[in-house]
Design a protein around this ligand. Structure first.
Ligand code: FE2
Length: 287
């Protein structure tokens, strides 16, 4: 059975003793799922995966959904989005910047992401290989005072693809720009500001940064003020954890209870990861 070792007091665990390139029994997958429920991020180091093996593993967790940025899907598996700053013949092989502001994946979709999986293939020399920064939104919720909790319960956020703090498509910290066809596929969706995790039943602040542009029944300026206040609270250093990625790492994170921020990699040193995003079972709110 896998060995689970916490990486920090705030979140994260390393899971060893598992070869994701081989078929896994249900008990092993369940042990990794429990580690994720407990620690919100799990790192499985030293993996060697083909696109098919990575996709097969992801499918054990739910339904992978190909990213709206379809020009960087892996040619052997559309479920894999290539993240890379490498260019072949002047043409990028992957998406270079992947959300360098606090957000959670697919919160702009009615059925958001259960978890995201990254497989590190090519990393710069140590020192330049910063990993994703994660913020524990379950702890941030638990630490709020009772009056604030009461005020937030039942509020419904209005979400759309994008970064509410930066809509300037000429900058690197904007959400990855979409073409007209890709934009046409996306609409406004609703999610609770306080979500209950579908597996653990524990409450968490949900997607208060990134795709949240408003709150139903509230003036937009007032809603953004409240969301900004929550973001300042929920991204304090005491809720954060970051670990540099190493070649062969598979990193899985829970998108219900975390915000995350991708690093802005140095464009002169090659960095390539594969990403698969697995969907939740259904919408966060009843229709
Ligand atoms: Fe992301």
């Amino acid at each position: 059975m896998p060995t689970v070792k916490p990486l920090s007091p705030v979140l994260g665990a390393e899971v060893t003793g598992v070869d994701l390139g081989k078929p896994l029994d249900d008990a092993t997958v369940a042990a990794i799922e429990t580690a994720l429920d407990d620690h919100l991020v799990v790192v499985l180091p030293g993996q060697t995966l083909t696109p098919a093996a990575f996709t097969d593993f992801a499918r054990r967790w739910g339904r992978p959904e190909p990213h709206v940025i379809d020009q960087f899907h892996h040619p052997e598996s559309a479920d894999i989005l290539i993240l890379s700053n490498v260019k072949h013949g002047g043409k990028p092989v992957g998406l270079e910047d992947a959300g360098s502001y606090f957000h959670t994946d697919y919160s702009y979709l009615d059925v958001p992401a259960r978890c995201t999986m990254l497989y590190a293939i090519q990393m710069p020399a140590s020192g330049a290989n910063l990993g994703t920064t994660f913020a524990n939104q379950r702890k941030a919720w638990e630490d709020l005072d009772p009056a604030t909790k009461k005020r937030l319960e039942g509020l419904v956020g209005r979400h759309h693809y994008g970064n509410r703090d930066n809509l300037d498509e000429t900058t690197r910290t904007v959400a990855s720009p979409l073409n007209r066809d890709q934009k046409a596929k996306l609409d406004w969706v609703r999610h609770p500001v306080v979500r209950t995790h579908p597996r653990t039943g524990r409450k968490t602040l949900y997607s208060i940064s990134g795709s949240s542009f408003g709150i139903e029944g509230m003036d937009d300026a007032e809603a953004v003020r409240l969301l900004d206040e929550l973001k300042v609270h929920a991204t304090q250093p005491k809720y954060l954890y970051q670990r540099p990625y190493r070649v062969g790492d598979v990193v899985i994170w829970d998108n219900c209870c975390l915000l995350h921020q991708a690093p802005l990699p140095d464009p002169t040193t090659a960095r390539t990861l594969w990403r698969i995003t697995v969907k939740d079972k259904g919408p966060t709110l009843a229709a």
